[in-house]
Ligand binder design. Structure first.
Ligand code: NAP
Length: 266
């Protein structure tokens, strides 16, 4: 039987690549985005349905969830929408801080909550979330992005116990650096006291030919959706795998000292 995935944030990057991959593999895809009227690529695919969804809009979450469920069974919900707020906390407005958490954390919480009763009644279903290596390790001048992604980690791990109790799964995809438009779309604040640190850190974030692509992450999402395991975390991209392995092997304090050394060397 044809399976269906519901995805948030499909106008670009990982969400769009995932929508295309699942459609190519014969799934029905409900691709949600803030402005579906602007979409020119996914709208051409016959097994993709576009629905409007801004994950910070609770009424729209309820409305779009109901519309999606009225279209037939849904097997996987992929919470992917997000953006990055970078820079020193001191330079951020309260509005920017709240907006980061509303999108990256509460957006995922609210979409998940909207689908749980449906999955629980069917005693099946899977939630997949795009976390980040920034949810497993703290990086400089990224405190609110880190906070939003780190919150998802504790939330997912805790939620796995209650969801598993009713036959439902939850998994998190943890990419490192991925070649998408996220940096161009991110909100960057600056403050002279932290410019030096911000410059040193951004010098570490280099994109090259071997940077993980959105398509590679989409393959990981596909694997997570179909491997039949109850694995919680999928650390993906060579950079993320190496860094996280170092963190686990050497411990938090040694990792932080290593990060300081890398920054000093720049
Ligand atoms: P992207 O190319 O900028 O795509 C982000 C997507 O999220 C866009 O479709 C954007 O839609 C959508 N979005 C943002 N705010 C939204 C909202 N309030 N409601 C609904 N959709 C919203 O970036 P990406 O790299 O693919 O990011 C996807 C996810 O991967 C994010 O959660 C990000 O944190 C995570 N991630 C990215 C990287 C990386 O290096 N790229 C690494 C680890 C994790 P609009 O077109 O409407 O803005």
């Amino acid at each position: 039987m044809t399976k269906t995935i519901f995805i948030t944030g499909t106008s670009a990057g990982i969400g769009k690549a995932t929508a295309k991959l699942f459609a190519k593999r014969g799934w029905k895809v409900i691709a949600t985005m803030r402005r579906p009227q602007n979409e020119t690529e996914l709208s051409l695919l016959s097994n993709v349905t576009l629905l409007p969804l801004d994950v910070t809009n609770l009424d729209q979450i309820k409305e779009t969830t109901q519309k999606a469920l009225a279209m037939g069974n849904i097997d996987v919900v992929f919470n992917n929408a997000g953006y990055a707020l970078f820079g020193a906390l001191e330079a951020m407005t309260d509005e920017q801080i709240v907006a980061q958490m509303e999108t990256n954390f509460l957006g995922v919480v609210r979409v998940t909550q909207a689908f749980i009763p449906y999955f629980r009644e069917r005693r099946t279903g899977l939630f997949i979330t795009t976390g980040s290596s920034a949810g497993l390790m703290g990086f400089p001048v990224s405190s609110m992005y880190n906070a939003s992604k780190w919150a998802l980690e504790g939330w997912s791990e805790s939620l796995s116990y209650e969801l598993n109790e009713v036959g439902v799964g939850i998994k998190t995809i943890e990419p490192g650096l991925v070649a998408t438009e996220i940096v161009d779309r991110s909100v960057v604040v600056s403050h002279p006291a932290y410019e030096n640190l911000a410059n040193k850190f951004s010098a570490l974030l280099t994109y090259g030919e071997d940077t993980t692509s959105a398509e590679q992450i989409a393959e990981v999402v596909y694997g997570a959706a179909t491997d039949g395991t109850n694995t919680l975390r999928y650390v993906c991209g060579e950079d993320a795998k190496t860094l996280y392995a170092q963190r686990l092997a050497n411990g938090d304090e040694a990792f932080i000292a290593g990060m300081r050394q890398m920054l000093e060397a720049n």
